[in-house]
Design a protein around this ligand. Sequence first.
Ligand code: NAP
Length: 283
Amino acid sequence: MFLVVGGNSEIGSATAQLIRSRGGEVVCTTRRLPTAPNEVLLDLGGPVQDFAIPEGVKSACIFVAVARLAACEADPAGSARINVEQSAALTEMLAARGVYTLFLSTNQVFNGDTPHVPWDAPVSPISEYGRQKAAAERTLRALMREGAPVGILRLAKVVSPGMSLVENWKRELAAGRPIRAFHDMTMAPTPVKVVAEAIARMMEDRLPAIAQLTGPSDVTYADVGRSIAESLGVDPGLVQPVSALDNGMPHGSTPRYTTLDSSLLLARYGLTAPAALDVIREL
Ligand SMILES: NC(=O)c1ccc[n+]([C@@H]2O[C@H](COP(=O)([O-])OP(=O)(O)OC[C@H]3O[C@@H](n4cnc5c(N)ncnc54)[C@H](OP(=O)(O)O)[C@@H]3O)[C@@H](O)[C@H]2O)c1
């Protein structure tokens, strides 16, 4: 049985759905009132020691996080409690009971100066979110060195069908209205279905590795806007390039590169993300 810690999250809900579609048994945690028989309450704001691990759970993945750069910057202590201390405490508790636990980390543990960063490069975060994920990784890597059943999967931008930014841009451009798109913010998007597959496989195999999964190359948000304009057959000049930094985006939100060396999951499971603009077109 699989434990999805944070079943309401974007990636967690897709992963639970994927495992169930193959006949796997999943229990999801929620901090809201549980409404389904396979849901249990877990608020990471409270003591994790009170959490009763459901009987039969063999593998878990922690999706719960304060996962936005701006939210971490606005409340470093409160977000670190969830992203670092409570995530690490829950991982320790699960691993001590023999439950394989996968922790989701981010390209933000690196400064973004180089592309395709290897998994074992020294961390170099510049955002508060990246510093917190790097701190959680440090605790988990110590557990892994002791032989605990723990894995880490680093992701960059994950995109889901119906992504609101893309939907809004499509609507505006189709109506002939201009959009503003960052020319200094990049992404190497991975479709959520590929990410969910990777997580499910790592949980099935209880893979005690640091894996990474991003798209093969970066494009700017302005590139994405122009690509949407072209596919709609409207004037790409409707895309007005603007600077993310000049428009108040948080520190660390404009790394030059977001790609990570994703060869482990390609070799092991044949999993890879298509080229960035193909991913956006698929949406
Ligand atoms: N999405 C990406 O592009 C991306 C990229 C790199 C890494 N990641 C990592 O992947 C993981 C999942 O990301 P995601 O985008 O799927 O997350 P998400 O959609 O932002 O969801 C985060 C979840 O955390 C829950 N949560 C927050 N505080 C909590 C608390 N105190 N107790 C219990 N639950 C709490 C939220 O619950 P409510 O629903 O009740 O608010 C929400 O369901 C995160 O670790 C994130 O850092 C994501």
